[in-house]
Design a protein around this ligand. Sequence first.
Ligand SMILES: *Cc1c(COP(=O)(O)O)cnc(C)c1O
Length: 400
Amino acid sequence: MMLQGQRIRCGVVRLLPLLRRSMTTGAAPLDASKLKITRTKTPSQPKPNDELVFGKTMTDHMLTIEWDRTNGWAVPEIKPYSTLNLDPACCVFHYGFELFEGLKAYRTPDDKITMFRPDMNMKRMNKSAARICLPTFDSQELIALIGKLIQQDKHLVPKGTGYSLYIRPTMIGTTDSLGVSVPDKALLFVIASPVGPYYKTGFKAVRLEATDYATRAWPGGVGDKKLGANYAPCILPQLQAAGRGYQQNLWLFGPEKNITEVGTMNVFFAFQDKKTGKKELVTAPLDGTILEGVTRDSILELAREKLDPSEWEINERYYSINEVAERAAKGELLEAFGSGTAAVVSPIKAIGWQGNDIDVPLLPGEQSGPLTKQLASWIAAIQYGKEQHGNWSQVVADLN
Ligand SMILES: *Cc1c(COP(=O)(O)O)cnc(C)c1O
């Protein structure tokens, strides 16, 4: 009895802020139960797996939800994929009121479709929205709506390890006025794209240019949010690095030349202390300059859970390109890899710094180190439903 009473009280307490907001403003919360679905009259056939190019093919349907300050979230709609019709004065076009997310849905061996840790993406999406004065929403409601979207196009979720459905939730400010101010209108939309493995023929290790001539993120900035405005300025430095033979930038920060991220991924390094023999897996701490990657978090959790603590230390700490260069020279650099939803892990084979290449060891005849490979297989087993890990995989559709 006691327990039941407590549970009820908790529920009411959690609802209070929502109730208060809708009572004072009349603005409706996001409500998945109001969903309206208009199905396409021309459903498409799945493309053969080998024709899938990342982000080029979209599924048949999209989810859209309009918001305005007076009425709150409107009726969510799933409808045939189409262009948007927007006033050219909309604030998204002038002042960058835009944020996005990226997550994936997978087909499991027992023919279910699951999303990988969508709660983490929703939490991050709400943080991005709050930072640029766009509306926040109840994460569970949007997860339910994305689930419905995937159900409409479930025949387009590709089969096979390495294949998945990439999901792109996006929010834009749609106030049609050139004044720079708080948006009073917004559009949340979700589109999805069937994708193949990032590395079609197994890993391909990349060469990075350690970059101190451009800065991706800085303290007090917004580098820890997935705002569109963070990405366009990173393409020119990438082109400059490419001109010197490097695929991506290894972003450094400050006079210490601390390593922060690589391209649009988080980055990990593994060292082994020559004296003690102890190994260390390192990534930069979440100090506001680092995007809080779901893959980063998953790798840290799996490493802490599965690697032998007498052999490995797992650390979120500051470390610089100078430390990497010195330890590589001493033979203490073991591995390095990027992490993110698209590639999961992306092995690194060399880092250009001050005119020289720091070589990162790889397994003989292979394109990654042993830890990189191990982490990738642990994560794939969970994503493709071969192993369970807490609530990381959430079922959105049952194909049986
Ligand atoms: C999206 C992103 C990541 C990776 O985040 P995941 O949630 O693991 O996909 C890392 N760094 C940047 C800058 C990003 O935009």
